[in-house]
Write a protein that binds this ligand. Structure first.
Ligand code: ZN
Length: 444
């Protein structure tokens, strides 16, 4: 079935609206529950609107700007927040930790080890603001007295500066937990060992093309309690599953059913897996999203609620009351749909004869829709995409600058530059395709 954008967005909006409108309720009583901590979530959602830190609204920002905003914010209370450099990246950008609380239970959160996955980094700023401005709030006092929380935001500043996944020498930091070849990976491991982290939060973003289970809906958040070995578990892992179940309950009012479970396959090079092996009860939080939310505001809000709910539950011990079911029963991350499908155009190459075919496009970045390349051409009936263009009766005319050495083609991996037009010469343009990004410029 073709997944129309409108349908997808409607589903997500219904899910979100249903969550926001959920009935207020008291915080969960002592009894274990499969009930959501709705009261807590509603309070946190309200608080979010007051504590969302302005200034880093886009997904892409320089690490220097991140730390400038953070330093300015935390300068208001240097007694309770301590910022310390823990190393430097390959390109010698500073790596820093932020410490809060002086309790006995140590919690380590790190974000953006993949440089183009910034949602949680921004949410951690909002968390800082909440903890900073509410020193007398019982929840904040509880976190501060029971926990020693260490945040390591923007662990991959070189990647963040370029908004790419890898670090400056092309290493995926989340495949460096075993080798520890990178200064960034070593800094994270050293902090873990320094605080002897009881709990860990591994904060990432995932592609918005991923579907939830076998359904058509997208994913706003996926969770994982990564295993410590192939098909094995340990006490830290079991605890993390309970905490993940609590996070599911906390997030339902925020993102509805748009929560999935990340792949549980053990990876001996990944930090989450090895953290668990090292005895740190680790939860992976992946921020997905949707096309109509280019700044990832909804998953940012969800991260705020998830992190504060989890810190609160660790401080009070409430996580122990949550059976693993809500986590274990999450549908897994499912298939990834295409970014764009163009159905039924007559494809025209310079001097060539037209061929009627469908075209699937994948972007390097599904949200800002940049770097679009051809994924597949041909009979794509039944394929799915975040956006579909019915090009029946239109011509797909590729851009050609006249250089015979660089004749355009439509091979897998080629950049898609051209127009969809009513005529085969590409003059009566209906859609422009700029590196695969469709811009409507005319009517049919
Ligand atoms: Zn990642």
């Amino acid at each position: 079935m073709r997944l129309q954008t409108a349908t997808l967005l409607t589903l997500l909006m219904i899910a979100a609206a249903g969550g926001c409108a959920s009935t207020p309720a008291a915080r969960p009583a002592a009894a274990p529950s499969s009930e959501a901590p709705v009261g807590t979530t509603a309070e946190l959602e309200n608080a979010y609107t007051r504590h969302r830190v302005a200034g880093l609204d886009a997904r892409r920002f320089l690490p220097e700007d991140y730390w400038e905003v953070t330093a300015r914010l935390l300068a208001d209370d240097t007694d309770r927040f301590r910022i310390e450099q823990i190393g430097s990246s390959v390109e010698r950008r500073p790596l820093r930790r932020v410490d809060f609380g002086d309790g006995d239970i140590s919690v380590l959160l790190w974000s953006q080890m993949h440089g183009d996955e910034s949602t949680a980094s921004r949410a951690l700023l909002d968390v800082f603001d909440y903890l900073l401005r509410n020193p007398d709030d019982p929840r904040v006092r509880g976190i501060e007295s029971a926990l020693a929380v260490t945040f390591v935001p923007v662990l991959n500043p070189d990647g963040a500066a370029r908004f790419v996944r890898h670090n400056a020498v092309g290493i995926d930091l989340n495949r460096d937990a075993r080798a520890l070849a990178t200064p960034e990976g070593r800094a994270l491991k050293a902090v873990r060992d320094d605080v002897d982290a009881d709990w860990g939060f591994n904060l990432h973003d995932q592609n918005i093309r991923t579907r939830r289970g076998s359904g058509d809906e997208g994913v706003q958040i996926s969770l994982l309690a990564p295993p410590p070995g192939d098909g094995t578990t340990n006490e830290a892992n079991e605890n993390a599953k309970q905490l993940a179940a609590l996070i599911v309950h906390a997030l339902r009012p925020v993102v509805g059913e748009s929560i999935a479970r990340y792949s549980e396959t053990f990876n001996p090079r990944a930090f989450g897996d090895l953290m668990t092996q090292w005895g740190t009860a680790t939860v992976l939080i992946e921020s997905g999203g949707a096309l109509d939310d280019p700044g990832k505001e909804l998953p940012r809000r969800a991260n705020f609620v998830a992190v504060l709910s989890a810190l609160d539950a660790i401080a009070t011990g409430a996580w122990r009351r949550y059976p693993q079911d809500a986590y274990a029963e999450l549908p897994p991350n499912g298939r990834a749909v295409n970014d764009l499908l163009i159905f039924g155009a007559e494809i025209v190459l310079p001097g060539g004869q037209p061929v009627r075919a469908d075209v699937a496009v994948h972007y390097a970045d599904s949200l800002d829709r940049s770097g679009g390349v051809v994924a597949e051409v041909g009979d794509l009936e039944g394929a799915e995409a975040l956006q579909t263009i019915d090009a029946d009766g239109l011509y797909l005319v590729l851009r050609f600058d006249g250089d015979r050495e660089r004749m355009p083609a439509l091979l897998p991996g080629d950049t898609l530059d051209g127009v969809l037009s009513r005529d085969r010469d590409g003059r009566q343009v209906v859609w422009r395709l700029d590196a695969g990004r469709p811009i409507r410029v005319g009517s049919r």
